[in-house]
Design a protein around this ligand. Structure first.
Ligand code: HEM
Length: 177
């Protein structure tokens, strides 16, 4: 039953998705299209801010622009990046709650969540290991961070464009996307 897109894959438990889909918060939220639109806008705006600032940091950790100092900008860059990330995650959770079954059955939804957890573990633990002072390790870690977050965006795009295999499941897809 969960594999409505015919791609196989892993999913959140269908019982959990069904319980969320029938909660009173979701039933209220589902009818309010402007809030959904604003949430989606904020999700994309947060993602754009996060990706831009991440690129700035990781491209320098890769060794590009060695003469450009980040010393004065380090704090604003990190504060803005973390704020953009929190906005993206909170609005992502809201988008999920808007349509738990439709979203949760997307082929790359659970893989996206797993990769986000991997990205957070990488940022807050792996990147802070003492070995990251070595240039080769630092470059490898910067490449890993870029790969993780670009794949998260790739998985999101996959989820947004895929359509159910069986037309009987078409109600799971947003008709206007
Ligand atoms: C707990 C965290 C997150 C959740 C629950 C979440 C959930 C969602 C949902 C439900 C959508 C609508 C598409 C769909 O039906 O799947 C979406 C779209 C999107 N998300 Fe997330 N998201 C999260 C975090 C992120 C992060 C961290 C990024 C990027 C760094 C991201 C990037 C995107 C992009 C680019 C789209 C738009 C795809 C398109 O319209 O082409 N999301 N997200």
């Amino acid at each position: 039953m969960p594999d409505v897109y015919g791609q196989g894959g892993i999913y959140l438990p269908i019982g959990l998705l069904a319980a969320l889909a029938t909660s009173s918060l979701r039933l209220w939220f589902y009818g309010v299209r402007p809030i959904y639109g604003a949430t989606r806008f904020l999700h994309l705006a947060g993602m754009a801010g996060f990706l831009g600032l991440l690129l700035l940091i990781e491209v320098r950790r890769l060794g590009f622009f060695p003469k450009s100092s980040m010393d004065l900008m380090r704090r604003p860059v990190f504060v803005l990046m973390n704020t953009a990330f929190v906005v993206t995650v909170l609005t992502g959770v809201a988008l999920f709650l808007y349509d738990p079954i439709g979203v949760g059955l997307h082929t790359m939804f659970l893989p996206k969540l797993i990769l986000i957890v991997a990205g957070i573990v990488h940022a807050y633990w792996i990147e802070r290991l003492p070995v990251m002072n070595r240039p080769q390790w630092r470059r490898g870690s910067a490449l890993a961070a870029l790969a993780i977050w670009l794949t998260v965006i790739g998985f999101s795009t996959w989820n947004a464009v895929e359509r159910p295999l069986n037309p009987a499941d078409i109600h799971r897809a947003e008709p206007h996307r």
